[in-house]
Design a protein around this ligand. Structure first.
Ligand code: NAP
Length: 310
């Protein structure tokens, strides 16, 4: 899979010029390949079943960042040949209104996947609404059922960003089995499931968080370092073992563009592999969402066929 190794000088940190010697994992290219594979599966599904599967997105309120994320997901879904089923509810929507909509979409056989965009307005019960999604349509992999399946190592839909992290490591041929991996962050959305996935793939996993003492000492033991703290520039060279794979999940909008949780140039002079921001994990999240949606559609069609035979 396409990667590039840059040896040019990085931006200056502490008045020193550092060399970027790590392999830069090209998330855009890996995501493009994944999306092309998904589009082929969607086309085959559509021919076999006589309809294209739908991805339903639900946006509640008018958070500008969420609106951009949902719009990008809808555009990518349409490009892959999925039917875009979008519902935008006002920020004062009642819990039951959102729950009823989720139920209706759950009962619609043409809708393969349901995505409830987070964060939700504070008056809504996030966990209850997520768990209202039929687990087989839970393409974000966030229901208690799918998270439980992940914890038990059973098949199920996996959370998009953590699954994208694993695909980046695999595409870059980073050996996960037997590696020592540290995940910085323990959220339900990213850190915790990323740690579970690494564990299931045979890594020895440490989860660091805001209460971790001496983060650089903990992080710098890792062959694989996944950073999902949501703190701009938290991780630098002193957090990284020489030759480690560093996956930066953080996304921060700054006056000069997007940046991550990792101080890229500094880290790239120590790491063996590194993901940039933008162009690393971000594109994989959407690619995995699309892959989850076609997988959900295929699995639903198989269930129907099996029931038809019985
Ligand atoms: P979150 O819910 O705020 O969780 C952050 C985690 O980081 C928490 O577990 C927190 O520990 C830990 N943490 C905070 N400060 C820390 C510190 N100084 N040292 C060590 N750990 C610390 O955030 P999230 O939803 O997981 O997202 C994390 C980042 O990923 C954000 O920048 C977000 O925008 C980004 N993100 C990117 C994508 C993508 O597609 N690229 C997708 C989702 C999220 P405690 O549990 O102790 O509080």
């Amino acid at each position: 899979m396409a990667q590039r190794r840059s040896r040019g000088p990085g931006r200056e940190h502490n008045d020193r010029v550092r060399l970027v010697t790590a392999i830069v994992i090209d998330g855009r290219e890996i995501a493009r390949a994944s999306r092309a594979r998904t589009a082929e599966r969607v086309a085959a599904f559509t021919v076999a079943n006589g309809y294209a599967p739908g991805l339903a997105t639900i946006l509640v309120g008018s958070d500008p960042a969420s609106a951009v994320y949902v719009s990008n997901k809808r555009k990518a879904a349409a490009e892959a040949g999925l039917v875009d089923v979008h519902h935008h509810l006002s920020g004062d929507a009642a819990h039951e209104d959102v729950a009823d909509l989720i139920d209706r979409l759950g009962g619609d056989s043409r809708v393969a996947g349901i995505l409830l965009q987070l964060p939700l307005p504070a008056n809504l019960d996030k966990s209850a609404l997520i768990d209202r999604i039929v687990p087989k349509k839970d393409v974000d992999g966030l229901t208690a059922r799918n998270q439980g399946r992940l914890a038990r190592g059973e098949p199920g839909l996996r959370p998009c960003t953590p699954a994208g992290v694993i695909e980046l490591l695999d595409s870059a041929r980073v050996k996960v089995e037997g590696a020592s991996a540290t995940v910085i962050g323990r959220s339900d959305l990213v850190g915790h499931p990323a740690a579970e996935l690494l564990l299931r793939r045979g890594a020895t996993v440490t989860i660091a968080h805001s209460r971790t003492r001496d983060l650089p000492a903990v992080a710098s033991q890792a062959d694989i370092l996944v950073v999902a703290a949501g703190i701009p520039g938290l991780v630098g060279a002193d957090h990284i073992k020489k030759g480690a794979a560093v996956i930066d999940v953080g996304i921060h909008r700054t006056a000069t563009g997007l940046s991550g949780d990792v101080r890229f140039d500094e880290a790239a002079s120590v790491a063996g592999w590194i993901t940039p921001v933008p162009g690393g994990v971000g594109p994989m999240t959407i690619a995995t969402l699309l892959a989850n949606t076609i997988a959900a559609a295929e699995s639903a069609a198989k269930d129907l066929a099996n029931r038809g035979i019985q």
